[in-house]
Design a protein around this ligand. Structure first.
Ligand code: ADP
Ligand code: MG
Length: 311
């Protein structure tokens, strides 16, 4: 069985959100211990991951160091975080495998994902990134062509497009490595968004939703199962109310209805539910939304929110 496992930001940070290097390394170890447990059960795993907090930190460095070193564009930040997170995930995985008497070649791919230059997201950016700034600081960046939104007492926050991922440009490399037996880390942060530009590709100032990128990667590598690992054991109806109720096994049609009723917040659980549905609608066996603690049972379709085809 081939599983595409998407690790949320929480899998790469401390539970309080801190992302010092040691926090990221510790969190990666917890996640890779879970992955090693899967590998001992003969599950083939392809990994992808979020990068929101890490890109946020790079943007702060850009901003604070701008007078000394030239700021780098968002696609460079994406590439840098794919490489760094790949490094710590591979180190952690090798450690976990050695402890279990196993070994497995690993590889991390800098992965570009094609988006449409005329995606509606570019006309109306919605995805908040980086830290809050004062009116005056934000004004300088607006002057440079960035889009910033007034968030009241918190200050101003940059927003960028979150375009639809259309095609994983580096998919052939992912597939070749997976088929050759490598454990591959790919398409981190949803992939580095690029558009076609004449005869080549050009990075754009946008971020792809990690979960939607994971759904596309899962189909591209012909995974049987998509597992979205986050910090809650399941998607929940009436989340945060006394009538909260976890969703267990559910058909994709029913889950789409529940999503349309507004149960899943658009910036967090919403894209996970959408990704889980897309994967099954496009022919995947099932999708699972759960946390790392339940990952082994989740992969087997026996824990978390398990999304199955209709009928
Ligand atoms: P990740 O970093 O794993 O992508 P997110 O923070 O984006 O995680 O999404 C997971 C969060 O979604 C949970 O911690 C929870 O607070 C929130 N959430 C919002 N709506 C729901 C819901 N209906 N059911 C479960 N969790 C929800
Ligand atoms: Mg998220």
């Amino acid at each position: 069985m081939r599983v595409l496992l998407a690790l949320g930001g929480n899998a790469l940070a401390r539970s309080d959100g801190r992302v010092r290097p040691e926090d990221q390394i510790d969190a990666a170890q917890v996640a890779m211990d879970a992955v090693a447990d899967l590998l001992t059960r003969d599950v083939e795993v392809v990994l992808t991951h979020g990068n929101g907090p890490q890109v946020g930190n790079l943007l702060v460095k850009n901003e604070l160091a701008a007078a000394v070193v030239p700021p780098v564009p968002l696609d460079w930040c994406g590439a840098q975080t794919q490489a760094t997170l790949g490094l710590i995930l591979m180190n952690a995985l090798e450690h976990a495998l050695t402890e279990r008497g196993l070994s497995r070649p690993c590889a991390t791919l800098v992965t570009r994902t094609l988006v449409d230059g005329d995606d509606p997201g570019f006309a109306r950016p919605t995805k908040p990134i980086g830290r809050h700034l004062s009116d005056a600081e934000a004004a300088v960046l607006v002057e440079r062509g960035e889009t910033w939104e007034d968030r009241g007492a918190k200050g101003w926050r940059r927003v960028v497009a979150s375009p639809e991922p259309r095609e994983i440009i580096d998919a052939p490399a992912v597939t070749a490595l997976v088929d050759a037996g490598f454990l591959v880390v790919a398409n981190g942060g949803g992939g580095i968004p690029v558009v076609r530009d004449g005869s080549g590709l050009r990075g754009v100032e946008a971020v792809i939703d990690k979960d939607l990128g994971a759904a596309l990667l899962a189909r591209t590598v012909r995974a049987d199962v998509l597992v979205v690992a986050t910090d809650v054991p399941a998607a929940v109806l009436r989340y945060g109310t006394p009538e909260a109720e976890p969703v267990g096994r559910v058909t994709v049609g029913r889950l789409r209805e529940l999503a349309a009723e507004g149960h899943f917040a658009s910036g967090s659980m919403g894209p996970k539910v959408d990704a889980a549905c897309r994967f099954v609608e496009r022919g995947g066996q099932y999708s699972v939304i759960t946390n790392l603690e339940h990952i082994v049972d989740g992969v087997a379709g026996e824990a978390g929110t398990v999304v199955v085809p209709n009928g």
